[in-house]
Design a protein around this ligand. Structure first.
Ligand code: TXA
Ligand code: MG
Length: 349
């Protein structure tokens, strides 16, 4: 398939390009677009056949439901059975933004979107290109992250091209994404509001409006018998080709343990890559050290994480030794992705 790549720097002067993307969406084609979290692989969310193409392009299992992206709060109404007061207050505070909420679905939604579940996930992205594209399409846009299933989500158009060139009709290049991790997925359909996937909107943020919000057990417990409520959370994800070990605990201990482990592995003839932070990177003598961001500003770590994982793959390391971060605020989302990227290979030191 021919993939058209367009660069949009300014949504006013390049309105025509976005209009073309919207035309593609209406025709049932696949359009990759930027959001504030990661790039999305979009199709008309009300067109079953178009949505099916998303699953094929990504190689995504069909039991994993998709998020519908809207450009206004009023669009939600026809997609859901009802909107609670809490949901309304959360939308007002955090939309547009990296918060996806689950609602009881209406009959307007094709089964393929929800993978047969009776809930539907909806969010309004905080990116002007995305919002214009949805608005001009006149339909909710179904969009998973625009990566090959299992790989880290794309935070730049280069990542999208690596994974999906030739498999989609159009890619809109809007530069690097902001948050860098996928949106928080919040389930408001049960008795207790549950975070099914941690992301840019943190537990602490949500507590302002829903003080009783909790994490789904599968996020905070290591027990493999706990089945996550969000189907996507059960797959190994964000996975580099290399093996990966994540070290958590006190920073000095982390650095010392990584150095020891690296020595040991190097002696075995392995090529080691170290995922460090701005504060620690100079303490390693190894050849391949990538700082993922600053411990004092963990948003920078979230922003760079997926790119760093892809970089190690380009350098063909056998094993990545990664520093972990504290489990608070966005640190929880970062550790959730590191846990998945490493296949649960986390060592407390
Ligand atoms: O930031 C994001 O959310 C990005 C951008 C493109 O918007 N999208 C994204 O989509 O990350 P995706 O498909 O890669 O992840 C959606 C997650 C999956 O873990 C899926 O299982 C979960 O949301 N999900 C979707 N609908 C659900 C539902 N009805 N019940 C439970 N989980 C659901
Ligand atoms: Mg994804």
């Amino acid at each position: 398939m021919e993939t058209k790549i367009v660069k949009v720097n300014n949504i006013n002067s390049e309105r025509k390009l976005i209009m073309e993307g919207a035309k593609y969406i209406k025709e049932g084609k696949l359009v990759v677009f930027p959001t504030e979290t990661v790039y999305g692989l979009g199709a008309n969310g009300l067109d079953e056949e178009a949505v099916l193409k998303i699953f094929h392009a990504k190689g995504r299992p069909q039991d994993n439901p998709l998020i519908l992206h809207v450009s206004s709060m009023k669009e939600v109404k026809s997609l859901v059975k009802s909107i609670s007061t809490e949901a309304e207050r959360l939308m007002e505070k955090y939309w547009p933004g990296p918060l996806t909420m689950l609602f009881q679905r209406s009959d307007a939604i094709p089964d393929i979107i929800t993978a047969g579940l009776d809930t539907v996930a909806i969010r309004m992205p905080n990116n002007s290109i995305a919002l214009k594209l949805i608005e001009m399409s006149g339909v909710p846009i179904a969009a998973p992250s625009a990566n090959t299933s299992g790989k880290p989500s794309p935070t730049s158009v280069q990542h999208v091209i690596e994974d999906l060139y030739g498999k989609v009709d159009m890619i809109i290049d809007g530069g690097a994404t902001g948050v860098g991790l996928e949106s928080t997925v919040l389930d408001l359909t049960g008795n207790i509001p549950m975070i099914l996937r941690p992301g840019g909107i943190t537990l602490e943020d949500l507590q302002y409006i829903i003080p009783n919000v909790e994490f789904d057990l599968s996020i905070i417990k290591d027990n493999e018998n706990i089945i996550p409520k969000s189907p996507g959370q059960k797959y190994r994800h964000y996975a580099p080709k290399a093996d990966m070990i994540v070290f958590t605990g006190e920073v000095d201990n982390i650095v010392n343990t990584i150095k020891e482990k690296s020595n040991e592995l190097t002696k075995q003839g392995k090529s080691v890559g170290i995922m460090a932070t701005d504060e620690t990177k100079d303490r390693y003598d190894e050849e391949i050290v990538i700082s993922v961001g600053s411990r004092k500003n963990k948003e920078t770590i979230a922003h760079n994480l997926f790119n760093a994982i892809r970089l190690f793959d380009k350098k063909n390391v056998d094993i990545i030794l990664s520093e972990g971060v504290e489990l608070s605020h966005i640190g929880i989302a970062i550790m959730n992705r590191l846990k998945k990227a490493s296949g649960g290979n986390i060592i407390e030191v």
